[in-house]
Design a protein around this ligand. Structure first.
Ligand SMILES: [Mg+2]
Length: 388
């Protein structure tokens, strides 16, 4: 199908709004390896190099791009770069190739019989949204109904070797303009670190912690001590698939809890609210299978006065551009983890790179995700390619 053969309908008398059919003609999976500028440590490990799957989908002369952003190891979730490659290659691509989509949401209906693996599913889903926005000649953020044009940027800070080293580091970062600093903490690397960071930053700075599930209810007394540091929230202190114990813990703390790992859908947010388990949600587009569910979660949070922000998975510029578009939805009301490209990479694979000015990043105005891919650089970083 050529671009000229695309069925284009003018809707509602609005010349800028078209419905376009997408026949999935080609899919490309490409693994790239990107060395990080600085190693990043969480409670489950250290990341020095990212293995990222770029997904390209083509139809009618238009190509959309997405990214699989899960980790290399099953630390954050059960998915890894390797499992995502397997699921995309052996199940998702054969299921959707040749299918015709009237809208991006049709993709989710096609892959619904494939249980789990949201990061793998999101890789192609993001590419399909980019394609539809490009076909509509619109920036993705406008295509999804975004309205915000100033997006506050927060920084996620990995575990440092000592409280003193952390204090020095966060002070440097505060000076760069970040509007919120989140400290990764872990068992035995918590209170002294948070105390040092709070003392260095002062009371006025938005400060949070993320434990990535390193504690249990038996640690309630220690977690309660965190109340004194006036944190904006405590993120995912308990088990990665738990909502009930978080509801119990929340009753003992004055600091709000934020859930990350166990939230895969708007229904999960509803259940978390019913349990009193969270007042804040960290939304990661890969963890929830893509834009469609992310938009449902955003709408649910907005309707129920739940605070919302967008987390990061150490994405390349492609995933980061999707995150920027997502945050333009009105539901996002806390600083998100979309730090500039230069914070993580010697050179990002997109142009223009994601930048931050005065603690703000802005939506990308080009069509689709709003960036061009640096194909020469991507070729050099590529370790394997598979076309369908
Ligand atoms: Mg987290």
């Amino acid at each position: 199908m050529t671009r000229a053969e695309l069925q284009v309908f003018e809707l509602w008398g609005n010349a800028n709004c078209y419905a376009v059919l997408m026949k999935i003609e080609q899919i490309e999976l490409r693994e790239i390896r990107m060395e990080m500028k600085h190693a990043f440590e969480t409670s489950f490990g250290v990341t020095k190099e990212r293995r990222i799957i770029l997904v390209a989908v083509s139809s009618g002369g238009i190509t959309g791009y997405g990214e699989v952003s899960c980790n290399e190891t099953p630390g954050y979730s059960y998915e890894t770069t390797e499992t995502a490659w397997h699921i995309l290659k052996d199940f998702i691509a054969p299921t959707v190739l040749g299918q015709v989509l009237e809208q991006p949401a049709d993709y989710q209906a096609l892959v619904k019989p494939l249980r789990g693996h949201p990061f793998a599913k999101a890789g192609l889903e993001l590419a399909i949204w980019d394609w539809f926005a490009k076909a509509a000649n619109a920036p993705l953020w406008k295509y999804i109904g975004g309205t915000k044009t100033e997006l506050p940027v927060g920084l996620s800070v990995g575990i440092k070797k000592s409280p003193e080293a952390l204090a020095e580091f966060v002070l440097e970062q505060q000076a760069l303009g970040y509007q919120r600093i989140k400290l990764k903490i872990g068992r035995g690397r918590d209170l002294a670190y948070v105390a040092a960071a709070r003392a260095a930053l002062g009371e006025g700075m938005n400060l949070t912690v993320d434990a990535n599930s390193d504690y249990t209810l038996e640690d309630t007394a220690m977690l309660k001590e965190l109340d004194q540091y006036k944190l904006q929230y405590i993120e995912q202190p308990l088990e990665n698939d738990d909502i009930i114990d978080h509801g119990t813990l929340a009753k003992s703390l004055s600091t709000p809890l934020c859930l990350d790992e166990p939230i895969h859908s708007a229904s999960d947010v509803r259940r978390a609210l019913q349990m009193g388990a969270a007042k804040v949600i960290n939304l990661k587009i890969g963890r929830v299978g893509g834009h469609l569910e992310a938009h449902k979660i955003a709408a649910y949070c907005q309707a129920n006065s739940v605070a919302l922000w967008c987390g990061g998975m150490l994405e390349s510029g492609v995933g980061r551009a999707h995150n920027v578009a997502l945050q333009t939805l009105a539901a996002f009301n806390m600083a998100s983890d979309t730090a500039p490209s230069a914070r993580y990479w010697h050179e990002d694979i997109i142009e223009p790179e994601i930048i931050m000015e005065n603690g703000i990043t802005r939506p990308l105005e080009g069509i689709g995700i709003g960036v061009k891919l640096k194909h020469d650089l991507i070729s050099k970083l590529t370790t394997r390619v598979l076309g369908f």
